[in-house]
Design a protein around this ligand. Structure first.
Ligand SMILES: [Zn+2]
Length: 282
C-alpha cells in the first residue's frame, strides 16, 4: 500500500529499527527495491532525486511507482529526496508523491526554519509528509573530515527547529557524507543520542552507502529511523552491467543483459533491509 513517511516511520523509534530508503531512477532500480522488500516483508521508501530526473524518466517512472506501491501488500512510501525549493516540492506533491524533503540545510538556521515551515504548511494541507535537514551532510569525495564536522547538527537547535517547522522527519549530520568517502567515516553516536533525547521526531541518516555496518547499527539503536542509500545501489547496477558486457554476446536479450544487474541490486537491497532490521515488519 502507498503510505506517507509519517506512517511508515511511526513505530521505528519505539522498536529500534529503521526503514531503508533507496534512490531509484528507472524500472530496474525501482523493481529491485520493491520486489526485494516484498520478499523480505519489509516496509520500504523509494526516493527520487529531482536532479537525477534531467534524463526525462520522471513521467514514465511515477505511474509505475504509484501502481506498484498501491497494489503491494507492504507499506511503500514514494519520497522526493533533496527537494531544492517550494516549487519543486509542490511539483512532486502534484505528481502523487506521499513525502517530500525540503533541503534548506546550507542556509542560516532562521531561513532553514522559514522555508521548511512553508513547505510543511503546503504539504500537510495535502496530507503529505515532510523531511528537512538540520546541520549539513556533505559530499564524501570533496569534503574533508573537518568540513564534515563543522556542519554537524547542533543538538540544542533541534527542539526549536522541530517545534517551529512541524516536520515529520529530520535528517541529521553526524559524520556520514554523500557518495564514496576519502577515508573512513566516524559517526558521532554520542551527538546522535543527545539529538534523540530532545525530540521524538524520526531521525534520518543520509549518506548511508559505504558506511561500516557496525556504525549504521549503532546509529539505528541511538535513534535513526530512515537510512538513505543511493551510491551502493548504483554500484551494484554498474557491476552487474560490467559482468553482462564482459560475459554476453552483443545480441543477448534485454532480459539476459539485466539478469546480473537485477540479481546484484536485489542482493544489496536485501542486505540493507536486514541491516536496518526492517524485515518481517510490513
Ligand atoms: Zn542525501
Amino acid at each position: 500500500m502507498l503510505v506517507t513517511l509519517k506512517e511508515i516511520l511511526s513505530d521505528t523509534r519505539k522498536n529500534k529499527y529503521a526503514v531503508p530508503a533507496f534512490d531509484v531512477n528507472n524500472l530496474e532500480t525501482f523493481k529491485a527495491v520493491i520486489e526485494t522488500a516484498q520478499e523480505e516483508k519489509s516496509p520500504v521508501i523509494a526516493m527520487v532525486l529531482d536532479t537525477d530526473m534531467k534524463c526525462g524518466n520522471l513521467r514514465y517512472l511515477v505511474p509505475m511507482m504509484k501502481e506498484a506501491a498501491s497494489n503491494s501488500a507492504i507499506p511503500v512510501c514514494i519520497h522526493l529526496d533533496h527537494g531544492a525549493d517550494i516549487d519543486t516540492v509542490a511539483r512532486y506533491i502534484a505528481l502523487g508523491f506521499t513525502s517530500v524533503m525540503l533541503d534548506a540545510s546550507t542556509l542560516p538556521l532562521s531561513e532553514n526554519i522559514h522555508r521548511t515551515s512553508q513547505a510543511v504548511k503546503f504539504a500537510h494541507a495535502a496530507g503529505i509528509s515532510v523531511e528537512a535537514e538540520l546541520g549539513h551532510v556533505g559530499v564524501g569525495l570533496s569534503d574533508s573530515n573537518e568540513d564534515i564536522e563543522n556542519l554537524f547538527t547542533v543538538p540544542s537547535e533541534v527542539e526549536e527547529f522541530v517545534a517551529k517547522t512541524g516536520v515529520d522527519a529530520l535528517a541529521v549530520a553526524i559524520g556520514t557524507a554523500h557518495g564514496p568517502y576519502r577515508g573512513q567515516p566516524r559517526l558521532d553516536i554520542d551527538r546522535l543520542k543527545d539529538i534523540a533525547k530532545t525530540t521524538d521526531t524520526p531521525l534520518v541518516l543520509h549518506g548511508g552507502s559505504l558506511t561500516p555496518d557496525d556504525q549504521i547499527k549503532a546509529a539505528i539503536q541511538a535513534g535513526i529511523s530512515k537510512l538513505n542509500i543511493a551510491t551502493e545501489l548504483r554500484i551494484a547496477l554498474y557491476r552487474g552491467l560490467k559482468f553482462s558486457v564482459s560475459e554476453l554476446p552483443e545480441h543477448a536479450s534485454l532480459h539476459e543483459i539485466y539478469e546480473k544487474p537485477m540479481e546484484m541490486m536485489k542482493q544489496l537491497v536485501r542486505e540493507k533491509i536486514r541491516l536496518c532490521g526492517s524485515q518481517n515488519r510490513a
